[in-house]
Design a protein. Structure first.
Lengths: 248, 202, 85
């Protein structure tokens, strides 16, 4: 059975950088070639391990940006005080090797279980990364599940995957809210996600309506609490916190 | 054998070197990383007290004003975190633990520091006396920030910095050594960075 | 301080338990609250990894990396049950 990937215990494997692509200021997608990659589900993440010449090791987790079936890719935001993200977003280049392990996580996963119920995605800043994997997976499978993505970003240039998100039409609505700066003539939403905004945008809480909320911890807690107040059963509000990364 | 990540350096750090100031296995940093096992408590100085307790009773306690009225000193020390970061020449404003313990009669051999948020750590009495330990309320000339242990923390620089308990609210005087938070989870009861006593059994 | 959630220790837990644990249900020994491990409060920046109950903040689990292995303390959990297959 040559070429069959064995799904076993989580092990580190060497991946080669195929390409890097800048998505926004300080945000870069890294496409990887990992021969032993066993595939992944939409919403999962992987761990990256880097080793400096003196043996110093750093490990971080990053959401997988690509859909199941696509080559594995991550999108990394450079954090000002970061130790790993500046390296990944500025230094790493095609041909370099990094160690990865994954895919990880069965909780924050969407797999179009054919319920047909609407999907709400709420992204704070780089929290959009695993949600983009979900959107790409939905498109690739031809799913007709109605989706709304509410994406909170500091400004329009900070929006990751802008062109791709603008290109979704069939059953996907993308709503931006810009919190710090808006372009001239902006008619879209302004300011942080609030109860009022969610009341307008979120699907009515139904038995099978599911929400995926991802971004900085404060964003996730605020949005998740709002959705529960709107009647979403807590088990149907999936959360993934990226830690305090400042205002989005 | 992990491949070396070309061009990756990590946080700016210097290894121990020959100066003799940095314990084995440590890196020197200019940062002051915030390491915590739980939410940051925010205790107002108006609500703050520091107590010395023994046999289930408070032997002596000070409120903020009383503590600040005690003789205090500027202390400049090197600190060493068990996560391998060392920071040199850190400046604190602090009251010596000797000053506090002098006001209590006791025959204790050990102390257990207790803190807002439930953190505890244990030390031999001999290591918090003789000018080796302080109650620190200022860092670098400013009030100690909550994320670094404010309003006040223990400062015991000759041991790994997990012994310098943040948000400290008192010392329990004991006859026997009792493991505190990290000690319960496998860290060394004593924690001498010069003998690399990180884990139990080291 | 960065408060994360159980997703952030997905890899660590899978390394220890051999299966994904983010969907496992944990029950707090202190207050009885239960929920997915993915939703516990996690502190990564400490001498060890600490998971706390979102409801009562009691410590649920502590993982201390020691050399090549890990020491896991689960005394804070009354129960930890993997999700049904």
């Amino acid at each position: 059975m040559a070429g069959t990937a064995v799904r076993g215990r989580l092990t580190w494997q060497v991946a080669t950088v195929e390409a890097v692509r800048d998505e926004a200021p300080a945000v870069r997608t890294i496409e990887l070639r990992a021969p032993d990659w066993a595939g992944h589900q939409a919403g999962q993440h992987l761990d990256v391990r880097l080793t400096a010449e003196d043996g110093y090791v750093a490990e971080r987790s990053y959401s997988i940006a690509s859909a199941p079936g696509e080559p594995v890719a991550i999108t990394v935001e450079r954090l000002e005080d970061g130790e790993v993200s500046p390296y990944l977003t500025e230094e790493l280049r095609a041909g370099d090797e990094i160690e990865i392990r994954g895919p990880i996580g069965g909780y924050f996963v969407w797999d179009d279980s054919a319920s047909g119920s609407p999907l709400l995605l709420a992204a704070g800043g780089s929290g959009v990364v695993p949600l983009r994997s979900i959107l790409r997976h939905r498109a690739r499978t031809g799913s007709t599940v109605p989706v709304r993505l509410l994406y909170s970003a500091r400004s329009l240039p900070d929006v990751i995957y802008r062109t791709e998100l603008d290109g979704y039409h069939d059953g996907v609505e993308v709503i931006f809210t810009l919190t710090r700066q808006q372009p001239p003539g902006w008619t879209g939403r302004i300011g942080r996600v609030s109860d009022a905004m969610l009341t307008e945008i979120a699907w009515p809480a139904g038995d099978a309506t599911t929400a995926f909320v991802c971004g900085p911890t404060a964003f996730v807690e605020s949005v998740a609490a709002s959705l529960v107040r709107l009647g979403y059963p807590p088990p149907r509000v999936k959360t993934e916190r990226f830690g305090g990364m400042g205002e989005t | 054998m992990s491949p070396i990540s070309r061009g990756f350096h990590g946080r700016r750090r210097e290894p121990a070197g020959d100066s003799g100031r940095v314990p084995p296995g440590q890196y020197v940093t200019e940062d002051f990383p915030v390491l915590s096992a739980g939410p940051t408590p925010h205790t107002a100085t108006a609500d703050w007290t520091f107590a010395i307790r023994q046999a289930g009773q408070t032997s002596k306690s000070w409120n903020w004003q009383e503590m600040r009225a005690l003789p205090a000193e500027d202390v400049t020390v090197d600190i060493h975190c068990v996560t391998r970061w060392s920071k040199l020449d850190t400046r604190w404003q602090a009251v010596s633990i000797d000053t506090l313990l002098a006001q209590v009669d006791h025959e204790a051999s050990y102390v257990l520091a207790f803190c807002d948020g439930g953190y505890t750590t244990n030390l031999p009495l001999a290591d918090v006396t003789g000018g080796q330990a302080w109650l620190a309320y200022g860092y670098g000339g400013d009030a100690l920030a909550p994320e670094h242990g404010g309003p006040a923390r223990l400062l015991v620089p000759h041991l790994y910095f997990w012994k310098s308990a943040k948000w400290v609210r008192g010392l329990e005087l004991l006859a026997e050594d009792e493991p505190g938070f990290w000690e319960t989870y496998g860290y060394n009861m004593y924690g001498d960075p010069w003998r690399e006593q990180r884990y139990a059994g080291d | 301080m960065d408060e994360l959630d159980g997703n952030a220790i997905g890899g660590l837990l899978e390394e220890i338990f051999g299966v994904d644990m983010t969907t496992a249900t944990g029950t707090c020994a202190s207050c009885g609250a239960s929920g997915p491990v993915a939703e516990v409060v996690v502190y990564l920046c400490a001498p060890g990894t600490v998971a706390r109950c979102r409801v009562c903040t009691a410590v649920l689990m502590v993982v201390v990396r020691r050399g090549e292995g890990s020491c896991v303390d689960l005394r804070g959990m009354a129960a930890l049950a993997p999700a049904p297959a």
